[in-house]
Design a protein around this ligand. Structure first.
Ligand SMILES: *Cc1c(COP(=O)(O)O)cnc(C)c1O
Length: 424
């Protein structure tokens, strides 16, 4: 099936007389005829359900749709993008381990790694995604367990050099984990360029309507855990909490990562997505290809308009021909990047604040990447916990305006920007 068809049909095929839409299985628990039948689920002998803290059928239908869209072998939903990121790393790295991370990642991810996960004993080295091969290779250590980066970084809009990062990760025997939130599988499929695990904040374009916070993890099924068995004991040695099961043996390359994240991390942390949210996410996924196309076409027009405007001091949009990421974007995302643009206006920080106050169509919101055009000043909001030094390191200019172009009529967005710029 092609992407547009998968968005509608993958993950759930109703049988004779069954509901056309995915059912919302709003049940915490599941009934079995015998204790042995239920025991088989607890032992991971059968892939049934026992308790919604670990797994739920509605969630799995939607996760399977996202896995199909990414071209992966297994997927799971989480309660948020943050939970997906945390699980994807904690599934392979624990106290005493180390992870190499792109320095331009989303501020929330930076805090998760640099503050919370450091307290859990995991060390991180942040490197700029455009650093030299020498710097990239020098970031790895004996105890490195993964490389983490964003396909389009939020909000710096750096396009990842997927093949270079995948090559470096694989040369050091570790997986490349990519946060594909901004591009979505409609515009980019990281597995085709060497990524091993993909995570999403489904809160953004996938849901697309500001309706439900959520996350997803997809496994490519390509990473050979057993070939690096000493590095990944959690996947390659017996899990005593499941009668000594070895995930990589029992579930193979295709299923080990997601099974462990479900059976172990979801069991213990319970960061499950509510089935109703999964249903809402599924509604968003059905129209994702049409929306992404409209987001990109609208954003291209807005970026060109800003680019030619005398009150705009700089524009960063990877689909603009003078962007340093233009060629890379064309290669990895030939149909467009995303609806997100960043720029600066005359008057720096104050100019940004005046411009935002005057906007009428574009709303000031923490959110990004959904149907509504919205605008944000990262330095005073999403990234306000970071020092100016950290801001610059993650590609956020203190005067930067992050503008997320929605799917409204583009002329209304352009007129709104024009009237607000006149007052700057
Ligand atoms: C929003 C976002 C996240 C975090 O997702 P939540 O659903 O808000 O937890 C992670 N990565 C990127 C790129 C994001 O934009």
């Amino acid at each position: 099936m092609r992407k547009e068809t998968e968005c509608i049909q993958a993950g759930y095929s109703p049988k004779n007389g069954e509901p056309r839409m995915i059912p919302i299985i709003q049940s915490t628990t599941f009934k079995y005829d015998t204790g042995e039948d239920m025991g088989a689920v607890f032992d991971l002998e059968s892939d049934g359900y026992n308790y919604t803290r670990l797994k739920n059928p509605t969630n799995d239908m939607v996760a399977n749709k996202i896995a199909a869209l990414e071209g992966g072998t297994a997927g799971m939903l989480t309660s948020s993008g943050q939970a997906a990121t945390f699980f994807s790393v904690f599934n392979v790295a624990t106290a005493g381990d180390h992870v190499v991370v792109s320095s331009t990642i989303y501020g929330g991810t930076f805090n998760l790694f640099n503050t919370t996960m450091r307290k859990m004993g995991i060390d991180f080295t942040f490197i700029h995604p455009d650093c030299s091969d020498e710097e990239l290779n020098a970031a790895f250590r004996e105890n490195t367990k993964a490389v983490f980066a964003e396909s389009i970084s939020n909000p710096a809009l750096v396009i990842l050099d997927f093949e270079r990062f995948a090559k470096a990760a694989h040369a050091h025997g570790v997986p490349l984990i990519v946060d594909n939130t901004f591009a979505t599988p409609i515009n980019c499929r990281p597995f085709e360029w060497g990524a091993d695990i993909v995570v999403h904040s489904t809160t953004k374009y996938m849901d697309g309507h500001d309706a439900a916070v959520g996350g997803a993890i997809v496994d490519s099924g390509n990473f050979d855990w057993m070939a690096h068995a000493d590095k990944f004991p959690g996947l390659t040695t017996p899990d005593e909490s499941y009668h000594g099961i070895v995930y990589a043996e029992r579930f193979g390359k295709e299923g080990a990562f997601i099974t462990k994240a479900t059976a172990h991390l979801m069991r213990d942390f319970g960061s499950i997505q509510a089935p109703l949210n999964a249903y809402l996410l599924n509604l968003g996924l059905e129209s994702l290809p049409m929306r992404m196309e409209r987001h990109c076409r609208n954003a291209e027009k807005v970026a060109e308009f800003l680019h030619d405007h005398k009150k705009v001091t700089w524009v960063n949009y990877p689909s603009l021909p003078d962007s340093p990421y233009y060629e890379r974007a064309k290669k990895y995302m030939p149909n467009g990047t995303s609806g997100v643009i960043s720029f600066g206006v005359e008057g720096g920080r104050d100019g940004a604040s005046r411009f935002m106050r005057e906007l009428k169509v574009a709303m000031i919101a923490t959110h990004v990447a959904d149907a509504h055009t919205c605008v944000l000043h990262p330095a005073t909001t999403t990234h306000r916990q970071l020092t100016d030094e950290e801001l610059v390191a993650c590609g956020v200019n203190p005067e930067m305006i992050r503008f997320s172009v929605g799917i409204e009529n583009v002329n209304d967005i352009l007129e709104d920007i024009e009237q607000a710029l006149q007052k700057v």
